[in-house]
Design a protein around this ligand. Structure first.
Ligand code: 13P
Length: 263
């Protein structure tokens, strides 16, 4: 009998998501998808997700049908419906999307999200069968005062508390150091890999056990480009990327996804 020994990271399907943030009108979003979807769908070994603003989800969901490219929301509320003006419920997200970004650092910084609200949203994702892409990461100040481990471990512990072990392998974690987001100053591959292996996987192991922790995809995010992507994908513990600015550029995003397929 031939015994196949998998390297740990090969068990996890590479994952690349584009977080468009607050960019693109519906027409612009359609055009961007038209110009990248054929190229992306050819890269079959990578799980690919586009996260446009809410206003474009309906238009884009039609365009992505049958392409194998997933659709994600950039946020969602935890209540199913009711008097929550301006919010979008998990049931509404589920109608159009398979994924939702939860706890992005911009939401934590500008919109008062906390580990507690992140946890409510992750549990709502579980209830409504939406795959959460849960963002964690330290600020520059925390990084400079050597508090990365403490901060990131706490974000995982409280953000993912009380999630069922059956749902846990579906979760995707994105390690996004805040100082690397939109600054052009990406973390080094080695530094990011160290945080994932020394902080994030151990915290996931504590919550869900070693086997499940090994199955959870962990992405890197923060100034990922076509030129630095392979540095991250070459790391044993990094399973893909959450891409901001470069996900709005067709060639860049396709090249990043291609780099993930070579992982
Ligand atoms: P940039 O790739 O623009 O640095 O943004 C990263 C990010 O915040 C993705 O969620």
């Amino acid at each position: 009998m031939v015994k196949i020994l998998w390297k740990g990271n090969k068990m996890r399907t590479p994952f690349v998501a584009g977080n468009w943030k607050m960019n693109k009108t519906v027409e612009e979003a359609r055009n961007l998808v038209y110009s990248m979807s054929a190229k992306l769908r050819e890269i079959q070994s990578v799980e690919k997700v586009l996260c446009p603003p809410f206003t474009s989800l309906l238009a884009i969901s039609g365009l992505l049908e049958g392409t194998g490219i997933g659709l994600g929301a950039q946020n969602m509320y935890w209540e199913e419906k009711g008097a929550f003006t301006g919010e979008v419920s998990p049931a509404m997200v589920k109608e159009l999307c398979q994924y939702a970004i939860i706890g992005h650092s911009e939401r934590r910084a500008y919109f008062g999200e906390t580990d507690e609200t992140v946890n409510k949203k992750v549990k709502a994702a579980q209830t409504f069968d939406v795959t959460p892409i849960v963002c964690v990461g330290e600020t520059l100040e925390q990084y400079e005062s050597n508090r990365t481990s403490e901060v990131v471990a706490r974000q995982i512990k409280f953000g993912l508390a009380d999630v069922s072990p059956a749902f846990a392998p579906r979760i995707v974690v994105a390690y996004e150091p805040v100082w690397a987001i939109g600054t052009g100053k990406a973390s080094s591959g080695e530094n990011a890999n160290g945080v994932v292996s020394k902080v994030i996987r151990p915290a996931l192991t504590e919550l869900f056990g070693a086997q499940t922790a090994q199955a959870i995809r962990v992405l890197y995010g923060g100034s990922v480009t076509a030129s630095n992507a392979s540095e991250f994908f070459g790391q044993s513990e990094i399973d893909g990327a959450l891409v901001g600015g470069a996900s709005l550029k067709v060639d860049e995003f396709v090249a990043i996804t291609m780099a993930a397929s070579k992982r």
